[in-house]
Design a protein around this ligand. Sequence first.
Ligand code: NAD
Length: 456
Amino acid sequence: MESELESMRQYFNGGNTRDASWRESQLKGLLLFMREKEAEIFKALKEDLGKHPVEAFRDEVGTLIKSINFALKGLKNWMSSEKVKLPKIAILSSAELVPQPLGLVLIISSWNFPFGLSLEPLIGAIAAGNTVVLKPSELAPACSSLLADVMSTYLDTKAIKVIQGGPSVGEQLLQQKWDKIFFTGSSRVGRTVMSAAAKHLTPVVLELGGKCPAVVDSLSSSWDKQVAVNRIIVSKFGNCTGQACIAVDYILVEKRFASALVELMKDSIKKMFGDNPRESNTIGRIVNKHHFLRLQNLLSDLAVQKSIVYGGSMDEENLFIEPTVLLDPPLEADIMTEEIFGPLLPIITLEKVEDSIQFINSKPKALAIYAFTKNEPFKRRMVAETSSGSLVFNDAVIQYVADTLPFGGIGKSGIGRYHGKFSFDAFTHYKPVARRSFLSDFWFRFPPWNIHKLML
Ligand code: NAD
């Protein structure tokens, strides 16, 4: 590994990845891979996660094609230096910010969106002109081997390498010296990444998890209620079966609206996944037995079981868990203290919708907060008084596909941001370059601080 990384470093130092033409050719290679291998990508996602092709296109292929095109369109502009002003004291001068690649960077990604979470940061790293090692997750093996064996043939393998493997390969990689580490995964492994990075003072981006709340106000119009419920249900159960960092983790609602909300949710689940979701091909599977048992364990507490108002059935052999809704499980139960990352959706009731602000602020900072409301003063309070990676009113998950919004967490949900030009920035050093003329100077910048002495 060390000698391979050394060759990559030399390749970078040789300036091979700096030109716009190299960056463009690699982005076009990625685009061609997405277009030509679409069917294989769908097949791998079905095999690893039971994803429906429409969902696979919406969340991975389509989103990535959009992101690559966005980078290709912006590249020349992103690569240009930006002129900046210096203070008047530096007369006869000019200055600029010159975007420069960082060098050799490492991307470690998660399994739940095996292409998106690997290639979104890769797009930024390539656009910024770096050499890159990508380690996808071992838990989506069909997708990882497609990335390593097929995608690589579309790219310059002297500069971009995909290394497959699990935690031990990850640990080996973390022992090397990198110019940046971009990690997507759990807070637990995020800590390991950050302490390994500290050894070489390597900067990190950590895209981590957490519990994303959705506040549902007592909406008066039946249209608004239905729209809110549909958007929550699809974000939770249709999004890799809730195995998504920005899926709704739990709902906060006023007590008086809770039972109506449960009824609407039941109808919406049936409409989307049928009376027998196990037979539906529109709902994915839990990634593996370990995660299946983890989710089963979240429901093992008797008080939690009693709070189930819909669903709850499980099929270990097929790694299937029915969309499940719970009403007021105990707040100290694991299901309310750990990230759920699966198709279990607790609803917590409050007296007033405004109480949700205090509830949210008593928890670690979330990757996203969603609030379904038309109450403008409440919206203003949510913006001003809560802190999270992102905040979305009246929808969920859409912030992920916006190239114009930075994506990332805060506090326990992560460090740093990417998507669109923010991905380019994540892998770029904006070097300040100042230039001065020899022609003039001020006497007061030189000792011996004699006010009568005139320079030049
Ligand atoms: P994970 O932390 O177990 O694994 C993530 C990656 O790290 C994998 O590639 C894995 O092989 C590697 N890894 C595991 N142990 C390692 C070690 N000791 N040293 C080096 N590398 C190691 O997480 P996961 O199960 O893949 O993903 C689930 C978590 O990721 C959830 O918490 C979820 O919220 C979070 N997530 C966050 C985002 C985001 O964008 N913020 C996206 C997806 C998932």
